[in-house]
Design a protein around this ligand. Structure first.
Ligand SMILES: [Zn+2]
Length: 285
């Protein structure tokens, strides 16, 4: 796989064409603003003083409402476990003062998969993290795992991204709209490629950070054609915190202390992801 740093490639691409239309808002702000002191953990800045361009992390607790998700061996619903974990992760991310955080659902409601992706795109999320804890027939299978989109599922999205160039989309700037269709297709393909690299980077960080505190599945870095990972332009990852079908995993996931530990591991990965992105953006700028 091409290991070129995603943000650097994106910055160079933006410079090569015209302006910074490919840069996400948060990265543009990072390039424009002088370096700021890292906020002290646990002391979030007042909402009024937070820069508007902090990167937006979209958290996606799976299932909800009429869809309970996996049912654990003792009857626990996945939808409750993943919502609780996502709320804890939101708390930790907001406490750092480095991010804006939104959720595809923050209560027990059913949200269609397409809506989850559409919400992330309409809100211009910089990162999409879906959280699950599913089940398999074999009750001995246990451990956390991390999924990115399978390569074979990306072509349709690339085509869709190219088609969107004439609509009010997330790249709704004259520069992108005015390029010839063939150039638009090439740009869309490049964005798709960079999104895939970004997804791979956050997935790699998650496997490393989860491994410190959480039991992992064998070969924990996996690929699948999950609908919620199909954003063409938002690095996306799906974390399976464990298996509700395994008694040990289910018991652990029922404990707040364990969910807090999983959330802390995910937060470390998010921190590392954006720290590297900011560094590369500054190097390229
Ligand atoms: Zn699930």
């Amino acid at each position: 796989m091409d290991e070129s740093p995603l943000p650097l490639r994106r910055v160079l691409l933006a410079h090569l064409v015209t302006g910074c239309f490919l840069l996400p808002d948060w990265m543009r702000a990072a390039l424009a603003a002088p370096p700021t002191a890292v906020p002290v953990l646990g002391t979030p800045a007042p909402a009024s003083s937070r820069p508007a361009a902090l990167p937006l992390v979209m958290l996606d607790p799976g299932h909800g409402g009429k869809d309970p998700g996996a049912i654990g061996v003792s009857g626990t619903h996945e939808k409750k476990i993943v919502l609780s974990a996502a709320l804890e992760l939101r708390r930790q991310l907001l406490a750092s003062g480095r991010y804006r955080v939104e959720m595809t659902r923050s209560r027990d409601v059913f949200v269609r998969l397409e809506e989850r992706v559409a919400r992330a795109q309409s809100r211009r999320a910089a990162l999409f993290v879906s959280i699950h804890a599913d089940a398999v027939p074999d009750r001995f299978v246990r451990g956390a795992s991390v999924y990115t989109l399978a390569n074979t599922a990306s072509d349709a999205q690339t085509a869709a991204l190219a088609r969107r160039e004439n609509s009010a989309d997330r790249f709704g700037t004259p520069t992108f709209r005015d390029v010839p269709p063939n150039v638009g297709r090439i740009l869309a393909s490049l964005v798709r490629q960079e999104t895939r690299l970004g997804s791979a980077r956050i997935a790699q960080a998650l496997v490393r950070d989860l491994d410190r505190d959480v039991k992992l599945l064998t070969n924990p870095s996996r690929h699948a054609s999950f609908m919620v990972l199909k954003s063409a332009d938002i690095p996306s990852v799906l974390v399976e915190m464990g298996f509700m079908s395994n008694p040990d995993d289910e018991a652990a996931l029922r404990r707040l202390e364990h969910r807090t530990r999983v959330a802390a591991a995910i937060k470390r990965s998010v921190d590392g992801y954006f720290a590297a992105a900011n560094y590369m953006a500054r190097m390229a700028g």
